[in-house]
Design a protein around this ligand. Structure first.
Ligand code: NAP
Length: 264
């Protein structure tokens, strides 16, 4: 399927690894021009080297910006004033009880998971409306609806993104711009692999066994009963970013392996 993404200018936040990196790869496969982002020069350069090796003729560059800093978006916008597609992917989490979660934890999670997306959308959405076409995609999480007890702060930020996404979509009436959210479930990123390996060593079990137990105990509602591959999430992001998805606006699309019960 031709997703008609050739030469589209894309910014993906938090994309030196994990789901964001996979989304970057998929956009490059489709001939888009991609800007990736991370917190450090080293990681960014490493990710750029890997992408350039796989896609030698592609247009890919990177911007260092740490979204814990409330001014980080300014340097991004300065270096990249216009995009066709904004993927608000960056997201951090910390497994803590509600009592253990300090104001600083809450504030940091809101800065990175919500405020970065707000600030970038505030700049790029009017620009997209002016140029006549655009896509904004928020990366939420199944936690927005499942709300694990040790991830209340994270889940709250991910629920906030759903309201933000829907609200912004409502401002696009009659334009060629769409704003949507995806709701990934547990996904086998490098971080998840490290977690499985560490737990496996701690409990003297195989990573496969730990994964199996995770789905039995922590995600019994998952219909997939395995971690999604990052590419399986990226493919949905690509479709929703493409001109082919013009009739989908203001939607929150689950890529959760069926973990969120219910028909919507
Ligand atoms: N993985 C899952 O199971 C899962 C499930 C549902 C939803 N999600 C959501 O999907 C998105 C991507 O998740 P992921 O698991 O792929 O994440 P990840 O592997 O933890 O991604 C890390 C990426 O985020 C960047 N990053 C971290 N903190 C940053 C900051 N303060 N400023 C800028 N960049 C920062 C990292 O860059 P550097 O390290 O290079 O600085 C790296 O590129 C997140 O929004 C997450 O909430 C993930």
């Amino acid at each position: 399927m031709d997703l008609r993404l050739t030469d589209k200018k894309v910014l993906i936040t938090g994309s030196t690894s994990g789901i964001g990196f996979e989304i970057a790869k998929r956009f490059l496969e489709e001939g888009a021009s991609v800007t990736i982002n991370g917190r450090s020069d080293d990681n960014l350069q490493n990710a750029l080297d890997r992408l350039k090796e796989s896609f030698p003729d592609s247009s890919v560059n990177g911007i260092v910006a740490d979204f814990r800093n409330p001014k980080a978006h300014e340097s991004v916008i300065k270096l990249l004033p216009e995009v066709d597609i904004l993927i608000n992917n960056v997201g951090i989490y910390a497994s803590k009880t509600f009592d253990e979660t300090s104001d600083q934890d809450w504030e940091e999670m809101f800065q990175v998971n919500v405020m970065a997306a707000i600030r970038l959308s505030r700049h790029y959405l009017p620009q997209m409306k002016k140029t006549g076409w655009g896509r904004i995609l928020f990366v939420s999480s199944e936690c927005a609806q499942l709300v694990p007890e040790d991830l209340i702060a994270y889940s709250t930020t991910k629920a906030a993104l759903l309201a933000l996404s829907r609200g912004l979509a409502q401002t696009t009436k009659g334009t060629e711009v769409t704003v949507n959210a995806i709701i990934p479930g547990s996904t086998l990123t490098e971080g998840a692999k490290i977690f499985l390996q560490q737990q496996a060593e701690k409990e003297n079990k195989s990573p496969g066994k730990i994964s199996e137990e995770f789905f039995q105990e922590a995600r019994p509602s998952s219909l997939l009963q395995r971690f999604a591959e990052p590419k399986e999430v990226a493919d949905m992001a690509l479709f929703l970013s493409s001109p082919l998805s013009a009739a989908t606006n203001g939607a929150a699309i689950k890529v959760d392996g069926g973990s969120i019960p219910g028909i919507f």
